[in-house]
Every structure is written in structure tokens, then in C-alpha cells.
Design a protein around this ligand. Structure first.
Ligand SMILES: [Zn+2]
Ligand SMILES: [Zn+2]
Length: 275
């Protein structure tokens, strides 16, 4: 019992140690960049109204995602492949398995990023539908949108979304070692697309999601709010008819329609269950 508790605390501690320097680095970089090329001038991330809420999400969501991901990987290996026990599990996941694991690691990482982005595009559209919106509204509730808002997701949205897609791809045989590249990329890129920057990315706007592209997604539904669902590759929005980047315009108002939307972390956790 003590051993289990100790290992849980160790994993939690390791996760925190990784997040702190990354957070400081991102905070400095985006504070400087927003000075020079803000999308919405006058907004400073550490002075935003719901900074405590966003910081709580920033630290707690990766921790929760990590534990749930490990739990689902253990269950998936047991139910699908009949693998039980710590040593057997470690060997099983060690470097992937099957045809996908025979690709070079960079190709596996690319496959992982492209397939997960396509799956998450459709998850995202599902969350904008009437039944699932209450879980996703939490992500859209930030009115002073900035990089630190990137982790503001209800746990249901994370579990039935990123986590389940990650686990499905690892259970398909992709090596967990791709996470060494994919993990830092996803963290940095999701912070980047939420940052207060007026960067359209020029011709690259068709290739990779940038701040203006994703900030439009956080505007009202009759503007960009029901467009730009792609997390990483805007090609999905172009292919499925949801791409939105009006020329010479920048997004300027964010948040949800509900003026009484709770601002605190705890109240936002309960929000979907009270609807
Ligand atoms: Zn959305
Ligand atoms: Zn967002």
C-alpha cells in the first residue's frame, strides 16, 4: 500500500518537475512576443482575470491525463492482448509492436500526430454538438484568451478525446517512445495557438494551425466559433469545409454566450453536471 502510494507520488512529482520549467519558459517567451505582436493589445497574460483557474488547469490536467492514460494502457493490454503483470506490460509496450513499430521512429511520430489530429478533429466537432457542448464550453469560457488557457479542458473532454485517442494508437502498436517528440510538440504548439499573437503564419496557415487560426475558433459561433476545429493541421478544416480566416481581420472577442458561466476551477468541474 505504501509502495503504491509512494509510486503515485513519485509520478506526480516527476510530472510537476517537468511542467514547472516549461511553464516559466513559455510564460517569458509569450510575454515578450505579445509585447511586439499582440492580436489584442493591452492584454497581459499574468494579469488576466481567471489566472488562478487557468494555472490550476495547467498543472492538474496533465497529471490527471497521465494517470488515466497509464490506467487505460494497462486495461487495454489486458483485455485486447491478454497481457498481465508489470514486467509483461513493460516488455509489451517497450518499443511498440506489429507493422507500425517497424517504421522508423520519426515516421511513427508523424503517423501518430496525423492520425490523432484527424480523430480529434471529429471529436472536436462532436463536442460542438448540442449533447456534448456542456463539457467543451469550459474550454471556450476564457474571455481573456492567452497561452495559459490552453489546458483549460473539462476532464471528460480530455478523457473522451486526447487520452482515448493516444491509448488507441499505442494499442495499435506505435512505440510509446514517439511521446518523447510528440509530448513536447503538443504542449508547445497548443500554448502557441492560444497565445495573444497576431500571427496568421502567411502561406503556412494552410499547413499548421497558428494563433489567429485558433483564436478565431474561440469567437462567437456566427463568426469563427463553429469553424477551425483542427488542433494541428488546418487541412482537415479545408477538406471538410470548416476553414475560416477572413483577410485583414483579427479576432477580438472570446468566451461563451452564458454571462453567468462560473469562473472558478471547482465550479467549472461541476458545470456540465448541473446542465
Ligand atoms: Zn471548440
Ligand atoms: Zn482552444
Amino acid at each position: 500500500m505504501f509502495a503504491e502510494l509512494f509510486s503515485v507520488l513519485t509520478v506526480a512529482g516527476e510530472t510537476m518537475i517537468k511542467i514547472v520549467p516549461v511553464t516559466i519558459g513559455l510564460g517569458i517567451v509569450f510575454a515578450l512576443l505579445s509585447q511586439w505582436s499582440a492580436c489584442n493589445p493591452g492584454q497581459v497574460w499574468w494579469k488576466k482575470r481567471e489566472i488562478v483557474t487557468d494555472v490550476l488547469y495547467w498543472f492538474l490536467i496533465p497529471l490527471m491525463a497521465r494517470f488515466v492514460r497509464i490506467g487505460l494502457m494497462v486495461m487495454g493490454a489486458a483485455y485486447i492482448y491478454g497481457i498481465h503483470g508489470t514486467e509483461a506490460l513493460v516488455n509489451f509496450y517497450d518499443d511498440g509492436f506489429g507493422p507500425l513499430a517497424r517504421l522508423p521512429l520519426w515516421a511513427q511520430a508523424l503517423t501518430f500526430v496525423v492520425l490523432s489530429d484527424l480523430a480529434l478533429y471529429w471529436f472536436h466537432r462532436l463536442y460542438h454538438g448540442a449533447h456534448m457542448w456542456k463539457y467543451h464550453a469550459v474550454h471556450h469560457s476564457s474571455e481573456e484568451l492567452d497561452w495559459i488557457s490552453a489546458a483549460r479542458f473539462h476532464p471528460v473532454n480530455i478523457l473522451f478525446g486526447t487520452v482515448i485517442v493516444d491509448v488507441a494508437l499505442l494499442l495499435a502498436g506505435i512505440s510509446p517512445n514517439v511521446m518523447l517528440w510528440v509530448g513536447p510538440f503538443t504542449t508547445a504548439h497548443s500554448a502557441f495557438v492560444h497565445a495573444n499573437l497576431n500571427w496568421t503564419l502567411g502561406p503556412l496557415k494552410y499547413v499548421i494551425a497558428g494563433p489567429v487560426f485558433h483564436r478565431w475558433h474561440h469567437t462567437a459561433a456566427d463568426r469563427g466559433g463553429s469553424k477551425n476545429f483542427a488542433g494541428t493541421f488546418p487541412i482537415w478544416d479545408i477538406l471538410f469545409g470548416t476553414w475560416y480566416m477572413p483577410a485583414r481581420q483579427l479576432p477580438d472577442a472570446y468566451g461563451v454566450d452564458d454571462k453567468a458561466f462560473p469562473e472558478g476551477f471547482g465550479a467549472q468541474m461541476l458545470y456540465p453536471f448541473k446542465q
